[in-house]
Design a protein around this ligand. Structure first.
Ligand code: URA
Length: 228
């Protein structure tokens, strides 16, 4: 792997900042100055300012995101960050975004390759949401949502949609566009008052209260790697 990716995975810093450390001559590989295009593996001795840097264990975490938390790593408004709820030494980051007021299943990992795969539009990760809405829920509206509705950044893909009660609908999508569910429902005059992601691919929130998290099992990680 690239030297900057190795440093990022070791929890030192981001890839971009790692490049600055490399350019500044602070990183060595097997005793020689590291280069931006250096490739390293577990057998190489990488050091920063003379101190050995070890590869980080890969972690895959499912958290039940509470409302009022941001999924970004920095927040200019000083709001609570989801990563602050996961107190571990590895540098995990959220896979995709949920809005500040959205609750539910969120994956965090330091496996950049899997994260990129899951966020790539060509991989169809199923995300199941329950939306509490204001407005009349009609079969005609549900059908429109099922077929796909026109949004300012293009049409939404066909979705599975069903009414759970007169004010709650379940919607299963695989796209990852910003505020997608709220915008889709907005086109049929449904205002979302609460949004919860109950399932991310096969991962549900059994035994996780808001704010709680757990590591994925080996089987769950393999299943995520198989998503196409
Ligand atoms: N769609 C939204 O509108 N918000 C989310 O947080 C996720 C999907």
């Amino acid at each position: 792997m690239r030297l900057n990716a190795f440093l990022a995975r070791a929890g030192i810093t981001s890839r971009r900042k790692a490049d600055e450390l490399i350019k500044a001559g602070r990183v060595t590989v097997n005793g020689k100055n590291g280069q931006l295009n250096s490739n390293v593996d577990q057998n190489d001795q990488v050091a920063l300012d003379g101190k050995a840097v070890g590869a980080q264990k890969l972690r895959y975490i499912l958290i039940n995101k509470p409302t009022g938390t941001v999924t970004t790593l920095k927040d200019p408004h000083g709001r609570k960050k989801i990563i602050d709820l996961v107190n571990i030494s590895e540098r995990v980051v959220p896979v995709g975004r949920l809005d500040w007021d959205t609750t539910g299943a969120l994956l965090l990992t330091n496996d950049g390759e899997l994260a990129n795969q899951l966020m790539h539009p060509s991989f169809k990760v199923n995300k199941t949401y329950t939306a509490t809405v204001q407005g009349e829920l009609t079969e005609d509206k549900l059908n429109k949502l099922r077929r796909g509705v026109m949004l300012d950044d293009g049409p939404s893909a066909p979705a599975q949609v069903r009414a759970l009660t007169s004010s709650k609908i379940e919607i299963i999508i695989h796209e990852g566009r910003n505020h997608l569910v709220k915008r889709m429902l907005g086109t049929v005059d449904l205002k979302v008052t609460a949004l919860h992601r109950s399932i991310y691919e096969e991962l549900d929130l059994t035994e996780l209260r808001p704010g709680q998290w757990r590591d994925l099992t080996k089987k769950e990680i393999l299943q995520l790697r198989m998503v196409k």
